[in-house]
Design a protein around this ligand. Structure first.
Ligand code: FAD
Length: 469
């Protein structure tokens, strides 16, 4: 991931705006550049579009969107910033949170109105740190569809995506102005592309084990369930050009990745009254306290394993709306039994353990008090036979630290001055999760990708137009 210092390199071809990475951030940036009337090329290392975006649930946080208004939801930027600061215990950058609050809703409206990328307000994921319903999901409810919608929009808008084009080096002059890039093709050939502005949309460094060990040692041996292409390339180029980074210890985790099937267990199962036990059949955490941070207590359990426990009714409800639940059902990950005793046998849990934990929950509900973890089950129907369980483990999904940017998504030096023509968004930029795993608000990853992609693409295009004028 080198920087080639050369004042006047020769290029095979040139484009005003180049974007590295064809995830949600890169494709949104390309759409924004095309809307500004500027030619853009997106370079993607993989043979097919995938990225962390396709692996995601496709839920995007948006504040003050037309969808919220249509459902009568009153939201505000101040409320969003307050939620971010509460979730991160005051450790996120409030200016960055405000930027996302101010632009996320209008970005979703723009994608819908201008580019036929509909994202519909979802009510299944309530709470979890958001004081208003803010999660917007594509009609098919998955990230693969979101990326396909964005790619189709790029096709219509004339934003070209070059696949199997791994960028291996940037060309820069002595003032750290990016002049172009070098890309490698699968046959070993090398091409050189000149550009006037560059958007880094290469996501984070979750797939780079050395970087994870350096910055997030607590997850150095944990499973990584993000895109292998997230090697931190953009972050490392930015740093090599003198950019500042922040919150490199932060990440999005999950405590409920089905083991060994590697499918995300839908959180609504627990929001609706399911619970978690370890291999001793004992609960060990408040299941809704922190969806991202839950990976830590799960990995601390014997063998790093836990069970999500729910019932047949909740299973049916979830099957109706969740692609993941249907996949879990198809691969036989859901164990179902007519009684607690049978489920305990199926999951090899101590006799009487599930019945005991469930009885304790029922007792707390009847007393109308919180349980011993401070969780309230008030208003949720008791679990009823048949009972179900899925074996899960904790995983690292996506890193949250990255390049410092300003309100135009320009990459910043440690003294706050912007680099001449470098922009970043999505996982390549610092997020609003603070420095720890517990600061991740649901659907903020894609909000950072789409909102900052929009801002970065527009800013990069404007910069090239100023050069032309
Ligand atoms: C399992 C899972 C579930 C998630 N669920 C959600 C969710 O529901 N809501 C949410 O908000 N967030 C979610 N996230 C996080 C979310 O997926 C990311 O925040 C978001 O996709 C980041 O978008 P991006 O465009 O920055 O990165 P990506 O989508 O990863 O795109 C980056 C692209 O850059 C390419 N690339 C990297 N280096 C190079 C190079 N040198 N040359 C060329 N190409 C390169 C990669 O191949 C990749 O295609 C989830 C993450 C995971 C892993």
């Amino acid at each position: 991931m080198s920087i080639i210092r050369d004042e006047s390199p020769e290029f095979d071809f040139s484009v005003p705006v180049a974007v590295i990475g064809a995830g949600a951030c890169g494709l949104t940036a390309a759409l924004a550049a095309r809307d500004a009337g500027v030619d853009v090329l997106v370079l993607e290392r993989d043979k097919r579009l995938w990225g962390s975006t396709s692996m995601s649930l496709g839920a995007v946080c948006g504040v003050n969107s037309a969808e919220q208004a249509a459902h009568g939801i009153t939201d505000s930027v101040d409320l969003f910033v307050a939620d971010v600061m509460a979730k991160t215990e005051g450790r996120a950058d409030p200016a960055l949170a405000r930027l996302i609050g101010e632009h996320s809703g209008s970005t979703l409206d723009w994608l819908n109105a201008q580019h036929q990328v509909p994202l519909l307000l979802d009510f299944k994921w309530t709470g979890l740190g958001h004081s208003r319903p803010r999660l917007h999901i594509p009609p098919g409810r998955n990230g693969e569809e979101l990326l396909a919608l964005l790619a189709n929009a790029c096709g219509r808008a004339g934003a070209e995506i070059v696949m199997e084009a791994r960028v291996s080096a940037l060309y820069a002059d002595a003032n750290d102005r990016v002049l172009g890039l070098q890309l490698q093709r699968p046959d070993g050939s090398v091409e050189r592309l000149g550009c006037e502005a560059l958007v880094l949309a290469t996501c984070g460094f979750g797939g780079n084990h050395a970087m994870v060990a350096e910055h997030i040692p607590e997850m150095a041996t944990a499973r990584y369930f993000g895109h292998e292409g997230n090697q931190g390339d953009g972050i490392r180029w930015g740093m090599a050009l003198g950019a500042a980074v922040a919150d490199m210890t932060a990440y999005q985790g999950l405590g409920t990745l089905a083991d060994p099937q590697q499918i995300i267990v839908p959180h609504p199962l627990m929001i609706e009254g399911g619970f978690l036990v370890n291999s001793r059949g004992e609960r060990f955490t408040h299941e809704l306290a922190n969806i991202s941070g839950m990976c830590v207590p799960v990995l601390e359990q014997p063998g790093g394993i836990a069970w999500v426990v729910f019932d047949g009714r909740r299973n049916q409800e979830c099957l109706a709306h969740s692609v993941e639940q249907r996949q879990l059902s198809e691969v036989g990950a859901i164990r179902t039994a007519a009684s607690w005793a049978e489920l305990e046998r199926l999951c090899q849990l101590p006799e009487g353990s599930l019945a005991k934990e469930n009885a304790a929950i029922d007792a707390a509900r009847e007393r109308n008090t919180d349980d011993r973890f401070g969780r309230s089950f008030a208003g949720l129907a008791p679990l009823e036979a048949p009972y179900c369980a899925i074996r899960v483990t904790g995983a690292l999904f996506h890193t949250q630290g990255g390049l410092q940017i300003d309100s135009a998504a320009r990459v910043l030096r440690p003294d706050g001055r912007p680099l001449p023509n470098l922009y970043a968004g999505g996982g390549a930029a610092r997020s609003i999760s603070g420095p720890a795993v517990t600061g991740y608000l649901p659907a903020v990853g894609l909000a950072m990708a789409i909102t900052l992609g929009h801002i970065a693409g527009r800013s990069a295009a404007q910069q090239t137009q100023m050069v032309m004028a």
